[in-house]
Design a protein around this ligand. Structure first.
Ligand code: ATP
Ligand code: MG
Length: 870
């Protein structure tokens, strides 16, 4: 069965069981501080499990892109070495939100596997939760009895908390689970040892394919469990593993999900898959990682130096490293795999097809820059090897190479072993652990459970219409972190505070009770669909109503920048073309930033045109036309654009100013004239094919021009209030250039004179022509003199010194013959003599210089040189 059919059969099976099919959510998370990426099918539905909002459908089915490369679920280091763990994989799932429970979930799973997919019952095993004393939980006999109706009892195994109790993280919804395992070994192998003994034992052909999670508890901060009012079903089946079973192969990489990518790697690298283990691992790593990286970029997450972007960068670098080391690929090639990938997966995931070009550009550029890093690392490593006296390279040196230059440790170890050197691995691990401890200590966070003041409270956002409201606190919790100390998170029954989102920063403001006690709200964010207000203190009278007031300055300036961002987007698409797509934005009170796809630098003329376009719409006094509840389809028909990597509901809010229309939940001005003026500050590149414009509006433009004016007036005064300051400045520059030329000529003459004098002063010490002298020349002059004399005399040893702007400079010249015959080295000489002038330096064996901050030591240095030559 082809992989496409495997996927569609799953979805249509559950559609027949009254499930509604939803598309995969974006993989990179935006409103969940506990997770960077979706790591299981249930993550996009967390808000329903947590009871923060109501799902539209109580039965859902989907295939969800998952990434397991950080946090609690991290498979990165296994990937490539085994045949069934990936970084990115698809998880097929069926969901019940307070609807059906174990009975249906188990019966349908069985029906689908054995009847629809026709998997032989005799290769299947299932597991049930055996109970856990720690949590005071009994064995899941309910599941056991249900399974008995389908499968013989000797194929139902009991499993412990590690395998059979599923938890998303340290806190939150969880429950016992039943896993379904397959045994795809040959009959011969099976005769040797029963599959029963290999379940959950990391055997590559006895693997888990599906996990049915029965969510019925919530794990609290103190580790205890509470029973959820509603019970839910959360199932996840590994799509690639299912394909392996249905296609009768022994490895995920032998399914049609991967073979086209592997064939392409073979062609590009001239290596064959299936011959040697090292090459196979490298090919699997690359085939896997290109998927993870490509899909992340499609979801709007570019490789970068921090957070999720850094994780993506590391995945790509892991692939480059394996290609570099085991496939001898020293130039970029991974980007060339995106084409096959988009052909294979573009139908199920259109984002990969429509952004192919961008993904290729970004990957190629990342590859190039990391290959450069590898090159530099190799040079540094060579130096380290040269400096290593005994046979072991210290862990600190290797760590520095790894940490500062990004040079991978496994490559260091490999190269050292090729040179017959050892690496102090323990020392390296120590350094790494120290660094981890430092960063863990900095990011450690303790989150208390919510204290609920009002049960089942709904939360309403009223911030589009008002900046002030009377509110009641419905729940709160304390979060303690090293970085910020104690912070309280507050949730109200209604709120005028806009939570950070759509690029716009969260509102600030304050709460005031009837007694006049005030608590400041420092930030507002959305988390799993709840609006959370951050305060340093808990209000004193938590059960009484508050007046909640949003800071209007912060809010209005942000709104001005947000509306300007929409107009800028429209301008870019009108002036640069339809290929422009938004790739990120940041809207703050004092500035805005907009990233977009575009292949070339935006010219100054185009920037002017863009600025004019936006300002024309500000002068046009366009009113805000918002529609808070439009069906998605209709909004798209009206011309709004959906962004990749954003999650949209069935209905959306549209924001329109004239012909600009966007899907947007942000805060805007009532009329474009409120923006006052729009000014572009900079245009730059963020990554290959992605440009960034930074701009300001409103008061920031006024401040910008008044600052400019201040500087201008000052400069004009310095130019004696010339009528045409630009012309006056140009004259000064010309004059300066002319003077420089004259001085250079004079200095040259002077050097010539000095040279002739010096010739007379050369001493003969033991057959060496020697001179040590302080001269009134600059560094270039000293060098000229030294080389000039060097071309005329053999066996020359010169130490010339000068004092310039309070600093001392030494130049040492030693004829080549002397360098060879007496084993002299000018570099060493200046390093030694440099001590007299409190400085250091270096250079080549025949010419070197040193600089220092102590000119009074020059005479000592000259004397020391003489002693040395004697
Ligand atoms: P395993 O023990 O094999 O790592 P798991 O217990 O981590 O699996 P779950 O968290 O229950 O798996 O995820 C549900 C299903 O997703 C699994 O049954 C499996 O088919 C699939 N799956 C899990 N991790 C991966 C991965 N890294 N790559 C591919 N498929 C995976
Ligand atoms: Mg796992």
């Amino acid at each position: 069965m082809k992989s496409q059919d495997v996927r569609s059969k799953f979805l249509s099976f559950f559609e027949d069981k009254k499930h509604s099919i939803v598309p995969s959510a974006p993989m990179v998370l935006k409103d969940d501080p506990t997770l960077m990426f979706v790591n299981a099918g249930m993550v996009p539905f967390k808000e329903y499990f947590l009871g923060n909002s109501e799902p539209k459908h109580t039965r859902i089915t989907d295939t969800q892109k998952c990434l397991r490369v950080s946090g609690k679920h991290n498979d990165l280091e296994e990937v490539g070495y085994d045949t069934y763990h990936h970084t990115l994989f698809e998880m097929l799932g069926n969901w019940s939100f307070g609807d059906y429970f174990k009975k249906e979930a188990i019966a349908w799973a069985w029906e689908l596997l054995t009847e629809v997919y026709g998997i032989d019952k005799d290769i299947l095993y299932v597991t049930v939760f055996e109970g856990s004393e720690d949590d005071g939980l009994e064995m899941d006999t309910e599941a056991y009895d249900l399974w008995k109706q389908h499968i013989s009892e000797d194929r139902i195994l009991k499993g412990n908390k590690k395998d059979n109790f599923w938890e998303m993280g340290d806190q939150g919804p969880c429950g016992p689970c039943s896993e379904i395992h397959v045994d795809i070994r040959s009959a011969e192998e099976k005769a040797k040892i029963s599959g029963k003994d290999l379940v959950n034992k990391d055997h590559p052909q006895v693997v888990e394919i599906w996990n049915l999670v029965f969510i019925q508890y919530n794990r609290k901060a103190n580790g205890s469990l509470e029973t959820l009012p509603n019970k839910h079903i959360d199932t996840g089946m590994g799509f690639e593993r299912l394909c392996m079973v249905l296609q009768g192969v022994q490895s995920n990489y032998d399914t049609d999900v991967f073979t086209p990518i592997i064939r392409e790697i073979e062609t590009i690298s001239n290596k064959t898959y299936g011959n040697t283990n090292k090459v196979d691992v490298a090919i699997r790593v690359i085939a896997d990682h290109v998927r993870a990286v490509a899909f992340s970029i499609a979801d709007g997450q570019l490789p970068s130096n921090t957070g999720a972007g850094y994780v993506i960068r590391r995945i790509l670098r892991r692939a480059v490293r394996y290609g570099f080391t085991f496939l001898d690929k020293k130039e970029p090639f991974i980007y060339r795999l995106v084409d096959v990938l988009s052909k294979r997966m573009g139908d199920a995931f259109p984002e990969i097809k429509s952004q192919k070009q961008l993904i290729e550009n970004v990957i190629k550029e990342e590859e190039q820059s990391f290959l450069r890093t590898l090159d530099q690392g190799l040079i540094l490593l060579n130096r380290i090897v040269e400096e290593t006296k005994n046979s072991t390279v210290s862990g600190e040196k290797a760590f520095e190479l790894y940490d500062t230059y990004g040079f991978p440790i496994d490559l260091t170890a490999l190269i050292l072993s090729e040179r017959g050197l050892k690496l102090d691995e323990k020392g390296f691990e120590n350094e790494l652990q120290k660094q981890k401890d430092r960063s863990r200590a900095a990011s450690e966070m303790l989150t208390d459970d919510w204290t609920i003041l009002i049960d089942d409270a709904e939360e309403e956002f009223v911030g589009y219409d008002t900046l002030e409201a009377n509110v009641k606190l419905t729940r709160y919790r304390k979060v303690t972190s090293k970085k910020e100390g104690d912070m309280y998170q507050l949730v109200f029954n209604l709120t005028p505070f806009y939570p950070e989102g759509g690029g716009q920063v969260g509102d600030k403001g304050y709460l005031e009770d009837v007694r006049g006690d005030v608590v400041y709200i420092l930030d507002t964010k959305k988390e799993n669909n709840v609006i959370i207000h951050f305060a340093k203190n808990l209000p004193k009278h938590i059960n009484e109503p508050f007046k909640a007031v949003v800071s209007d300055e912060h809010r209005n300036l942000s709104a001005s920048n947000h509306t300007a961002t929409h107009l800028l987007h429209q301008a870019l698409r009108t002036i640069l073309g339809d290929h422009v797509e938004q790739k990120g934005s940041l809207v703050k009170p004092n500035a805005l930033r907009f990233d977009f796809s575009h292949f070339a630098k935006v010219s100054p003329e185009q920037l002017q045109e863009i600025e004019d376009f936006v300002n024309a719409r500000i002068e046009g006094k366009l009113p805000l036309q918002e529609n808070r509840n439009v069906p998605m389809e209709q909004a798209l028909e009206e011309g709004a654009m959906a962004l990749f990597g954003e999650k949209y509901g069935d209905t959306v809010r549209t924001v329109r100013f004239g012909k600009s229309i966007e899907l947007c939940g942000g805060i805007h001005v009532n009329n474009t004239s409120d923006i006052w003026y729009f000014k572009i500050i900079s245009e730059s590149a963020v990554a290959a094919g992605i440009r960034r414009i930074e701009a300001i509006t409103n008061k920031a433009v006024r401040d910008f021009y008044s600052e400019n004016n201040r500087v201008y007036s000052k400069m004009k005064a310095l130019l004696n209030n010339a009528k045409e300051p630009a012309k006056a400045l140009k004259n000064l520059q010309d004059e300066n250039a002319e003077l420089k030329k004259q001085i250079e000529g004079l200095l040259k003459d002077k050097a010539g004179t000095i040279k002739n004098e010096l010739k007379q002063e050369l001493n003969d010490i033991n057959g060496i022509k020697f001179l040590a002298k302080k001269l009134d020349l600059d560094a270039g002059g000293l060098k000229d003199v030294a080389f000039e004399l060097g071309s005329q005399f053999k066996n020359l040893f010169l130490l010339l010194a000068t004092e310039q702007n309070g600093k001392a400079l030494l130049s040492c010249y030693i004829s080549k013959e002397l360098v060879a015959s007496k084993d002299l080295n000018a570099g060493q000489v200046v390093r030694e003599l440099g001590k007299h002038i409190q400085g250091g330096g270096g250079g080549q064996p025949f010419f070197a210089t040193a600089g220092g901050k102590n000119p009074s030591g020059i005479s000592d240095a000259l004397e020391a040189a003489k002693e040395f030559v004697k």
